[in-house]
Design a binder for this molecule. Sequence first.
Ligand SMILES: [Zn+2]
Length: 207
Amino acid sequence: MRSMTAPGAPGRCQRCLLLSAWCVCDVVGQAQPSRPEVLVVRHQWEAFKSTGTARLAALALSNLRILDMAAENPEPIREALRSLQDAWLLYPGGVAADQTVTRPKTLVVLDGTWRQTRKMLRRLPELSRLPRFSLAPPAGAEARPRLREAPRPDARSTLESIADALSELDSLECGERLLALHATFVERTRRSRGQLDASWGAAGTGG
Ligand SMILES: [Zn+2]
C-alpha cells in the first residue's frame, strides 16, 4: 500500500512531510555536503509519497539535487544528464566504475521501483554512458527496518542506497548519519501507523 502526501497537507511538518507528531527534523540536523554530490532522478510518482526517502536525503545533504522525471517529457532530465561531468550511476551491472583510480564528482541515483528505474534507463540513454557503481549486499541488511515490502531482502530504499554508496565513496561517518536518519524515519512512521509494539527494537524486521 502506498500513501500519497500533498505538500501543505494539514497536520504535517512542512519540511519532512511526516505527521507533525512523528516529524524527523530533530534528527536530520544541519544539511551537510557530501563528496560526491548526489543527483537523484526521481520517477514522478515518487514525488509526493510519504514513504519516499529521497526527500529525507535532500534534507540531510546540502548538495543533493532531485530532478523529477515527467513520463511525457524526458528532455529536461536528458539535458541535465548531458551537462554532467565525471558522473557515475548507482545501479547494478553495466560497465563497472574503476574505483581504484578515481572518485566521481556526481553520483546519479534513480528513485523508483525496479520497473520504473528500468524504464528510466531506456528513456534516458545518457544514463547508459555513465560508469556504474554497484553496491554489495550489505551485511545484516535483512535486519534493517523498512517501510515498503522489499522484492529481495537486500533491496534498499533510496535513502539507504545513498547512505551505503556514500559510506564507500565519501566516509563511513557520512553513511552512518544517513542510515540513522532512515532508521528513525521508519520507526516513527510505523509507530504513527500503530504498526509497532513493545517488541520493536529487539528484532526489527524488513518491510
Ligand atoms: Zn519535519
